[in-house]
Design a protein around this ligand. Sequence first.
Ligand code: BGC
Length: 829
Amino acid sequence: MSTPGSLDALVNALTTEELVSLVAGTNVWETAPVERLGIPSIRVTDGPVGARGTRFDGPESINVPCSTSLAATWDPALVRRVGELLGREARAKGARVLLAPTVNLHRTPIGGRNFECMSEDPYLTAEQAVAYVEGVQSEGVACCIKHFVGNDTEFERNTIDSRIDERTLREKYLVPFEAAVTRAKVGSIMTAYNRLNGTFCADHTWLLDDVLRGEWGFDGLVMSDWFGLHSTIDGILAGCDLEMPGPPVHRGARLVAAIEAGEIDVDAVRTCARRVLEFVERWHGFEDGAPGPETTRDDPDDVALVREAGAHGAVLLQNRSDADGAAVLPLASSGLGRVAIIGPNAFHGQVLGGGSAHVNPTSISRPLDALTAFVEAAGGTVTSAPGCHIHKRLPSLSSRLRTPLRGAFFLHPDELDDPSAAPARSLENVSPHAMWNENPADPAVARHEFGARLSTTFTPDVSGPWQLSLATVGAGRLLIDGTVLIDTGDAPVGGSFFGLGTDDVVGTIDLVAGRAYEVVVELRRAGSEVAMSGLLLGGFPPVLVDLMDEAIDAAGNSDVAIVVVGTNHDWESEGWDRTSIELPGRQDELIRRVADASVRTVVVVNAGSPVAMPWIDEVDAVLVCWFPGQEMGNSLVDLLSGAVEPQGRLPVTFPLRMEDTPAFEHHPGRNGAAEYRERRLFGYSWYETVGRPTAFPFGFGLGYAEIELIGASVSSPHEVTVELANRSGRDGVEVVQVYVAAPGEVGGAAQAAPGDDEPASRLVGFARVEIPAGRSVTATVRLDANAYRSWDETAGGWRQSAGPRRLYVGRHAGDRAAELDVLVPEPEA
Ligand code: BGC
């Protein structure tokens, strides 16, 4: 199908109702078609670690590393290739829009979606986002970059007012969006849930019209975050083109009525509808016709790319040597001896974070399986033990021990009390982690009101006190053999389903192994316009062994212990923040006791954002692998065996304590507002400027090769030349980083005055350089075109600073291996 006639003719042919239909989704993932005029829907999909498609339990997708991991590669060329992969994946799901990348900044390490965002630094985020967008869009799929702007944590995320001064916005939080618009020509942008300085982002004329379209020249589509539009008129006037999801809450009939009442001019709606049509045309909607079926690609080359990217993003933080000078990593390739593989995340391998970023991976390489195969091939033996559990909510009730969950769905919750009521719909195999975007009793009914009864026969395999759990959107009860064990009716809401569902309610009951129990869950959902409901049914067996003792025994009988610790998708997810940076459960104790018992201890941290490491001095090696995507185990083998050189560098500072972090005094905010009082002093700028110690600085990371930075010179204000020598017998990689000092630093001027938020230095350039064994390499680092600009609050515009400036060249923030002075010329008039 091609565009029928010119867009102008098409727009003029639309009735008011059709115009209104175009400015909202028709369902959760698609824009509205106008069949009479041959206008098709266009489908969108999350984003950012895969292309999930329209169902959370739908066909599988290739799962790439999370955004902190991608950022940690400091390798835009690699990120671009990952973007291309994601573009292919989106098309396999019949989608022409990937709801990604997420480019909010890490303002505090406990932000629930930090794993989905790239970095604390705007320049690194911008460079990686541009590469990501260019990669995806080269496959004919638009990116929808998100969340514009100030959605930096999950606290009261649907209403919070992020109060950010203009200079901080311009120089920090807006930078990645600006780069994606002006350089990568990103196709679409998603407004954030929050308010910005008093106004909801979806209604924000200054943000959407003045800055985005006016100053940056954006000519793509603006859509709301899901249920993030709060107005019928203001959003249209500000330029939020599309209310998502559909069917609409604020537009649709309400917008038609507002037009008829003369409250809004139909031309304003036409402007947004026209942009929707331009978008459908630009992103191949008319060629494709209706969105196609959703399929799974399992391309081995793409899976190999996930393995490579997962390995390249991992950051080696520590690698001690023994008395003979031999480093603990890489592990020997033969005669490995006895290896203990310990830790909760060795067993389940957390490949991705939670929330809308979830996809169903095509396969998962578990650390335990991949490491065991490697150790055994290298002549070693393996013992394994989880050591402790870290679940925040219980795992799903095991399908091994129960019959399929049968579902009976009724259009009215009261029908659950009527034994003669016939269900409107029955399903034979409902997931114990069920999430419905449509009414499960009848998907054609827009209103979310229903009753559900789910039943299964559960036969435990061990006797003792079992824990069962339930979390629901709506009121739920769990009955076992007819007796109520759990009632979520009065449970606090917020801990599940993006903050819409209840916390887990846990009930404990003594069960007998081999006996069959009838488990029934009832769910009553009162009417709601929010198209989301679901339930989580969990179960956890009695713990009959002391997991900690078992792990310490394994460590004591090993030559090396590999301890895989971290978080999971319950801790790092959408809808809530973490409450601390400590590893959940007894993991800190586990590491300490393993380190005490074993000869050598290697810790692998499997988390999407920073964790505290109070045991750092007691272990030999530490590797942070983030949420590395579905090839997790294989990527780890590549790194620990030395087949791949560790080359990731931290895209975020690892703090020693929460109390040291920049937003500690101001987060999460109060009375509905988050005051960004630290202004521009967050991330490394904070630690450096106020002189706080860190556990590991931004930009830090080790390799196995020994690389020396032997010289640096300035070739122009936007180019630095560096000489690096590889003093080892291994090929190596270095990430050279260039920071510009605050104005006034040249000539020995003092630090910024107390209370001033001028960062002591700021990243303005980096280059990933490969240096063959025993060789020297000269590399060029090109600096940010905006390296010397600053926002002039008085004049309300950018100022290009001219005159002498100082550059620091090194391997992380604060490393001043070389200090260079540069004379920045007056900008051309
Ligand atoms: C998230 C978005 C996501 C959307 C659709 C929202 O809850 O904030 O990032 O794209 O849901 O799943």
